[in-house]
Design a protein around this ligand. Structure first.
Ligand code: G3H
Ligand code: 13P
Ligand code: NA
Ligand code: ZN
Length: 328
């Protein structure tokens, strides 16, 4: 059944677990998440970026969510807009059956320029106003995602703030977070503490200097009932990097967000943990393996099925690690 983000995260807070939010762009990814969730009885957050909506088509996505809810009637499913950049994106998502939207006003609508605090409050408030009229949930974001190691935005994958940022922009200000939640009435708050999107988050295993989990603890101390969201939270596991490179993929050694740091976040109010890169890497490694071992293969099912299975295994593991198994 379809459910809002707010309902899912209220339950997660009550029982002290976290929910991975997996990005999907196609049928294989949607099936991978639901097969994983169903196998461990976990509730589901699916999210589609603006790019995903453009890739898959809104109508196809909408029908796919409907189909997944029908195939897995016992699993609560939240369909969430990831990184909405303006009111129209959020409203059209709701129109297509999304039960939750992220209004990311930490950046201006171009997705590249860090926005002023007032811009962020105003646009997020406008979205919570109309979303709440129709019972949809809203995630806001305060602080700009980016690397504390290099002091830059996420230029490498073309997403997020451009260029150099100062340290204070890259960390959510706890006092400002209190004001922001009150002013915008968001159901969940994404915070910045050193994670970034994509595979290249850290050049070594992160310590407290580059992954400032203490900021989350401080925000949770001041906002104990606000559901917090961690973006850029793929762990980029060594095993997945190894499979990818073993079969010809090119990826310089990199580090993601260690699971133990996510679990620390979950102790301090983190309820939604965004994961895309790990799924991409799992699928692409599996596809590379088929192509390397069977260069004559050209039936898409022969590589898309292993890709789906690899993503399913990853998703199942995250449900178990975050304590969401058995919570559907
Ligand atoms: O925001 C980042 C997510 O990983 C989605 O990425 O915009 O390439 O679909 P995308
Ligand atoms: P990753 O790139 O770490 O998977 O983060 C995804 C994300 O935050 C989507 O909003
Ligand atoms: Na999001
Ligand atoms: Zn994100």
């Amino acid at each position: 059944a379809r459910i809002t983000l707010r309902q899912l995260l209220d339950h997660a807070a009550e029982y002290g677990y976290g929910l991975p939010a997996f990005n999907i762009n196609n049928m294989e990814q949607g099936l991978a998440v639901l097969e994983a969730a169903s196998s461990v009885d976990a509730p589901v957050i699916l999210q589609a970026s603006r790019g995903a909506r453009e890739y898959a088509n809104d109508i196809i996505l909408a029908r796919m969510i409907e189909a997944l809810s029908e195939i897995y009637p016992h699993i609560p499913i939240c369909m969430h807009q990831d990184h909405g950049n303006n009111e129209a994106t959020c409203m059209s998502a709701i129109q297509h059956g999304f039960t939750s939207v992220m209004m990311d006003g930490s950046l201006e609508a171009n997705g590249k320029t860090p926005a002023s605090y007032d811009y962020n409050v105003d646009i997020t408030r406008r979205v919570t106003d109309f979303a709440h009229w129709v019972g949809a949930s809203v995630e806001g974001e305060l602080g700009v995602l980016g690397s504390l190691e290099t002091g830059t935005g996420e230029a490498e994958d073309g997403h997020g703030a451009e260029g150099e940022l100062d340290h204070s922009q890259l960390l959510t200000d706890p006092a400002q977070a209190v004001d922001f939640v009150k002013a915008t009435q968001v159901d969940a708050l994404a915070v910045a503490m050193g994670t970034s999107h994509g595979a290249y988050k850290f050049s070594r295993k992160p310590d407290g200097e580059v992954l400032a989990m203490n900021v989350i603890e401080e925000i949770h101390r001041r906002l104990p009932t606000t559901h917090l969201v961690m973006h850029g939270s793929s762990s980029v596991p060594q095993e997945l990097q190894d499979i990818f490179t073993q079969y010809g993929g090119e990826m310089p050694q990199t580090w993601g967000v260690p699971i133990e740091e996510i679990l620390r976040g979950i102790k301090f109010g983190v309820r939604k943990v965004n994961i895309d890169t790990d799924c991409r890497l799992a699928m692409s490694g599996a596809i590379r393996k088929v192509f390397a071992e069977k260069p004559g293969e050209f039936d898409p099912r022969k590589y898309l099925k292993p890709a789906k299975e690899a993503m399913r295994a990853l998703c199942k593991l995250r449900y178990e690690q975050f304590g969401a198994a058995g919570m559907a």
